[in-house]
Design a protein around this ligand. Sequence first.
Ligand code: ATP
Ligand code: MG
Length: 443
Amino acid sequence: MRLSRYFLPVLKETPAEAEIASHRLMLRAGMIRQSASGIYSWLPLGLAVLKNIERIVREEQHRAGAVELLMPTIQSADLWRESGRYDDYGAEMLRIQDRKERDLLYGPTNEEMITEIARACLRSYKDLPKLLYHIQWKFRDEVRPRFGVMRGREFLMKDTYSFDIDEAGARHSYNRMFAAYLNTFERMGLKAIPMRADTGPIGGDLSHEFIILADTGESQVYCDAGILDMNAPGADIDFDDVAGLQAMVDERTALYAATDEMHNANAFAALPQDRQREARGIEVGHIFYFGTKYSEPMRAKVSGPDGQDRLLHMGSYGVGVSRLVGAIIEASHDEAGIIWPESVAPFQAGIINLKPGDPDADRVTAQFEEAMTLAGREPLVDDSEERPGAKFARMDLIGLPWQVVIGPRGLQNGVVELKRRATGEREELAPEAAISRLLEGAV
Ligand code: ATP
Ligand code: MG
């Protein structure tokens, strides 16, 4: 993709309204544009990252046994009257009327709608278990939208819903999502810590928030430092192994880790002093087992092995897809700009042609473009006439993992410069060697 053709409206000035790095950088790098409070357009560079995050989320949901569908953003108020949440939800819900004065709403979440689908389509215990998810825009009229896409009013969420015949089955579904979440966030270069979270009026111990430690996070969290050394279970974990999955979850929930609402000061104080970690965190995911909370009022049942009807046992599992764009930047940036992990980068490499119009520079630039595009790793080519300093600064700002600097002087010596954005390491290489280096890590 040539910069001259692309749409990358970078800002020179630091936007005054942005309080945290990710918000500032997303605006400066031309990733988003605010259209109303907490509502954003996703410009091409931002959209490319959002799509990469979605892809990883999808792949890991699929691996864990979840199936994708798509529910609408607009929902009927009557559904929410069935569960009793229409009146309970409060001012965060955007209520709408159509021309026939029927009450509608812009979905803040989808438990009611998916319960209705399950009620209509699942008949027997033999249809279970089921894990269904979608990736869809939500609207919540937050009291204080802020930090850009971190706390928006319109935001993209992946929400999965599980349906099981009993609590034991639901726990296995829960554990599937627990493992999937650890793997999902790890692939994005994030260390997400599962923390005990409030289950609200339902009670029980089956709710975890997945939290990334960051000074700019909105949640106050407490954990045993030992939990920071734990890795994700990895792609080869057997999701059908009930006991194995439970053991993995037990191991990762044995150490103290809790959000503010669930914090037990005494238990925390009992930890060795040097392991007590008190920090701020960003909630990127939340998993929840809520039993028959919706299936009961909405009468969502299937027939059991004995022919008797049973209420569905359900859970819901959310990932903040659009919030993750900001969270990844909070975790990975420097003074000069964003540093994308390769897994979510909008382009793997930026090719800077220092002198467009110079036949050699143009030819070698085209060579990189062609080889990388053929390998499915189309680069962003800076073919602008600007001075080198401006090009370097823009490339650092948008944070592509690799930069290739191509200029007539280097080419006279048969080399281009390859720079790794994360470390700033530079190396001079023959163009062919640089191309192979860039394609080596190709996935
Ligand atoms: P929070 O405590 O941050 O308000 P929540 O607990 O209300 O979030 P959930 O209902 O658990 O949110 O939603 C699932 C996920 O959606 C959250 O873990 C978070 O990553 C994301 N999310 C929730 N609200 C927002 C928002 N206003 N903007 C962007 N992402 C959000
Ligand atoms: Mg939550």
